[in-house]
Write a protein that binds this ligand. Structure first.
Ligand code: PGA
Length: 291
């Protein structure tokens, strides 16, 4: 049932659909129907996703307990957390309505790839999505668009949602190349068989990550509008259903104005996802807009 939904190009009002129960059965469980077609418009639920990066050990799962409680009281919003791989098994029984994910996966199903984790291994640990091509992996580990595309396709093949990250760096933004850079990243890193159910795009300008700086609403909407057009070009009708998140210095204070920007379907959050106080506040902001 939809209580309040946003129409494309209109200010966000979010949408509400019940979550499916989490579980594991070989392939990743579908999380929820992200979109519905009503009166010629695709309606999209907010996805509020946290990326714990290389932070946290077992005691931090207390924060997950509290995030799960915040998610339980905000059923109109999809909530996700990508903890370090090492916490997934312990996190799974405590996640409740929170979708768990990995922060990376290898494109191969198994083999001699020391230190790597396959998408299937993530599924076995209870993951439902995986972040592919975060700018820290592109910069620190030299990941290319084609590698990211292969990782995302491997994830989708085992039923995971691939959350593919794209975004320009500061010199590219200053040179007026941001749109061109992100369009090229999408061309290179979106698997051709993607659907609205197995792909999420996160626009994360590298200069906004962990810096406290964010683009203006106009800049975010311009970029998300281009991403939407590109997804439709690449994927046809399915491209209209893919959720497009914004990431980079999202906090409880700015979440409301960012989520209200046109074509923003949620947020991918680093620093502010590490505590339930901040992440729970962002979930509540999203739920308020979705009402
Ligand atoms: P931040 O990170 O929220 O700490 O800026 C965002 C991200 O890297 O996804």
């Amino acid at each position: 049932m939809f209580r309040g939904c946003r129409e494309r190009g209109e200010p966000n009002r979010g949408a509400s659909v019940r979550l499916q129960a989490p579980g594991f059965s070989g392939l990743a469980q579908p999380f929820s129907i992200a979109t519905r077609h009503v009166k010629g418009v695709w309606l999209v639920r907010f996805l509020i996703a946290g990326n714990w990066k290389m932070n946290g050990s077992r005691p931090m799962l207390v924060e997950l307990d509290r995030i799960a409680e915040a998610a339980r009281t905000a059923p109109s919003v999809d909530v996700a957390i990508a903890p370090p791989f090492t916490l997934l098994a312990d996190a799974a029984p405590r996640a409740g309505a929170v979708m768990l994910g990995g922060q990376d996966c290898h494109p191969a199903a198994q083999g001699a790839h020391t230190g790597a984790i396959s998408a299937g291994m993530l599924v076995e640990m209870g993951a439902r999505f995986v972040i592919c091509g975060h700018s820290e992996r592109r910069a620190e580990f030299g990941e290319s668009d084609s590698l990211i595309q292969a990782k995302a396709a491997a994830a989708q093949a085992v039923g995971l949602i691939a959350c593919v990250c794209v975004g320009e760096d500061e010199p590219e933004r200053d040179a007026g190349q941001a749109i061109m850079v992100v369009a090229a990243e999408l061309d290179g890193s979106v698997p051709p068989a993607s659907t609205g159910a197995n792909l999420v795009i996160s626009y994360e300008p590298a200069w906004a990550i962990g810096t406290g700086r964010t683009p203006t609403c106009a800049e975010i909407s311009e970029m998300h509008g281009m991403i939407r057009a590109k997804l439709i070009q690449l994927l046809g009708e399915e491209g209209a259903k893919v959720r497009i998140l914004y990431g980079g210095s999202v906090t409880p204070d700015n979440a409301g104005s960012i989520l209200a920007c046109a074509e923003v379907n949620g947020a991918l959050i680093g620093g502010a996802s590490l505590t339930a106080d901040k992440f729970g506040a962002i979930i509540r902001v999203a739920a308020e807009i979705a009402r």
